[in-house]
Design a protein around this ligand. Structure first.
Ligand SMILES: Cc1cc2nc3c(=O)[nH]c(=O)nc-3n(C[C@H](O)[C@H](O)[C@H](O)COP(=O)(O)OP(=O)(O)OC[C@H]3O[C@@H](n4cnc5c(N)ncnc54)[C@H](O)[C@@H]3O)c2cc1C
Ligand SMILES: NC(=O)c1ccc[n+]([C@@H]2O[C@H](COP(=O)([O-])OP(=O)(O)OC[C@H]3O[C@@H](n4cnc5c(N)ncnc54)[C@H](OP(=O)(O)O)[C@@H]3O)[C@@H](O)[C@H]2O)c1
Length: 451
């Protein structure tokens, strides 16, 4: 059986591994990615100062070393190849394209300069080719990060790290330079609900108390009404509350930078200064309401304040991008599916032999490890549905390569990527860092063409 997997992030790699280790079928996997580099958000999302998380790629390298696996990097579905063509060349297709669009606040002035979705800021510091030229103006002293998840935490932490802390990481060289000269001294993380509803995790929250030049600041009244447990407890909520309580109990420290955690506030308008750039943020105070289904939601009270900040970074979630020919669920903003089987978004009829895994299936929830079981679950469907499919004769395996080359696409194989990997690590060594990323697709392709 021949399978195309589109996307080389964690979900794609775990699906490949589950397919390739089957003992009841011989599966050949071709994994495509629009970038010449594999690993999705492990390379382009995970924070540079969390290097240990990135070692998960060693597992993916083992998958890539299997003889029936091929990587076809620098091939974008919807640009270089169509769904229709994939259907001709493969028995089954797995979409593992992640969530590459950001969600918007939908408030006045959201599009002005220095209001930048966290996706852009994160892609910029991680050297994602799409964002290498993003305009990130760090000449301001106060920044607001909207959202109470781990992406908001990553964003704030990276803004507040010292140059010495950043130099040890694989932060992109252009971002290191800009962050060295940054004037940012205060960052506000703004949650629309309360501390008990925050989705950030305790180790990530605690890290603010351990940074070189940052004092975390929580006004005691932010925790009023929260049931603070006696001990740190076992749940994420209990642990977060204890950490927040310890921050609130600290004296205002002497460190140069401050991280403020504010709760129960929603941005309602961005204020533009005379230069047309962000000069402030109108915040509405919220109260919590328990819904009939037990969920807790935020409701505006009408009471507002202005927070003077020079930059706003919304970190409020992501959505799957639309790809021509791939059914899209407009409400959930994912690829339309029932438990990983792609369906028509209106009739919900199953589209045979097409599957979706990872964030493109579920939306942007879950850690890297969660995709292992989730992708394996979808592979079970593929095997159950796929009996006898291999009898359908396909063009030669390399026919897809010829088609792409005729179109002028320079396919990047896994061994090509390993050459780029070696170059990046050697450049990193010269900088005293684990890696110095090449951030331009043209430069990557030129380098491969030279050798
Ligand atoms: C900023 C950030 C930090 C995170 N940090 C952590 C962390 O520290 N620890 C943790 O456990 N989890 C972390 N996560 C979560 C984790 O990254 C995700 O759970 C995981 O990456 C989702 O995997 P995926 O394979 O669905 O998507 P992705 O990792 O996004 O991979 C999608 C891949 O599809 C490719 N692609 C997209 N469109 C096309 C196309 N049309 N044609 C070809 N290829 C295409 C992309 O280039 C990409 O390589 C973080 C997430 C974010 C956003
Ligand atoms: N270090 C790590 O391990 C790490 C790092 C980064 C990401 N991740 C993982 O990646 C996934 C995605 O992270 P995430 O932070 O994007 O997602 P998240 O945990 O869902 O957080 C999104 C936040 O945005 C808020 N929000 C949504 N719409 C809003 C609006 N209109 N106005 C104000 N706030 C709004 C949400 O508030 P409500 O709760 O009120 O909806 C929530 O606080 C998570 O599973 C996360 O754990 C992990």
């Amino acid at each position: 059986m021949r399978v195309a997997i589109i996307g080389s992030g964690p979900a794609g790699f775990y699906a490949a591994e589950a397919l390739l280790r089957r003992t009841d079928a011989v599966v050949h996997v071709d994994m495509f990615d629009r970038l010449p580099t594999p690993y999705g958000l492990v390379r382009g999302g995970v924070a540079p100062d969390h290097q240990s998380i990135k070692t998960v790629t060693r597992i993916y390298e083992k998958t890539a070393a299997r003889p029936t696996f091929r990587f076809l990097g620098n091939v974008c579905l919807g640009r270089d190849v169509t769904v229709e063509e994939l259907r001709k060349h493969y028995h089954q297709i797995v979409y593992a394209v992640g969530n590459e669009d950001d969600r918007r606040l939908g408030i006045p002035c959201e599009g002005i300069a220095r209001c930048t979705p966290a996706t852009v800021f994160i892609g910029w510091y991680n050297g994602h080719p799409d964002y290498r030229q993003a305009q990130i103006d760090l000449s301001v002293s106060r920044v607001a990060v909207v959202g109470n998840g781990n992406v908001a935490i990553d964003t704030a932490r990276m803004l507040l790290r010292t140059p010495a802390e950043l130099e040890k990481t694989d932060v992109a060289a252009h971002a290191l330079e800009a962050l060295r000269n940054s004037q940012v001294r205060e960052v506000y993380i703004l949650g629309r609900r309360g501390p008990e509803q925050a989705s950030f995790t305790p180790p990530e929250l605690k890290e603010f108390g351990e940074m070189e030049d940052v004092d975390p600041v929580v006004a005691p009244e932010e925790l009023a009404g929260c049931a603070i447990p006696e001990s740190a407890g076992n749940t994420q909520q209990e642990k977060n509350l204890k950490i927040l309580q310890s921050f609130a109990a600290r004296q205002t420290g002497a460190k140069a930078k401050k991280l403020h955690l504010r709760f129960l506030v929603s941005p309602t308008e961005i204020i533009a200064g005379a230069d047309g750039k962000v000069a402030g943020l109108v915040l509405e105070k919220n109260r919590l309401e328990i819904q009939p289904d037990g969920t807790v939601s935020a409701r505006g009270s009408g009471e507002t304040e202005v927070l003077e900040v020079g930059m706003v970074l919304p970190a409020i979630g992501f959505a799957a991008k639309r790809i021509a020919g791939v059914p899209y669920d407009e409400k959930a903003r994912v690829i339309a599916n029932e438990d990983g089987r792609v369906v028509d978004p209106v009739s919900r009829a199953v589209i045979a032999n097409e599957y979706v895994v990872g964030w493109a299936r579920t939306g942007p929830q879950g850690l890297i490890g969660s995709h292992k079981g989730a992708s394996a679950h979808v592979v079970e469907h593929m095997m159950a549905d796929g009996a006898g499919l291999e009898a359908r004769e396909l063009p030669d395996r390399e026919a897809i390569d010829s088609l792409l080359r005729q179109r002028g696409v320079q396919i990047v194989s896994f061994s090509d990527w390993k050459r780029l990997d070696d170059v990046e690590m050697a450049r990193g060594e010269r900088r005293g860092a684990p890696r110095d990323k090449i951030v331009d697709v043209g430069a990557m392709l030129a380098l491969l063409a030279q050798h």
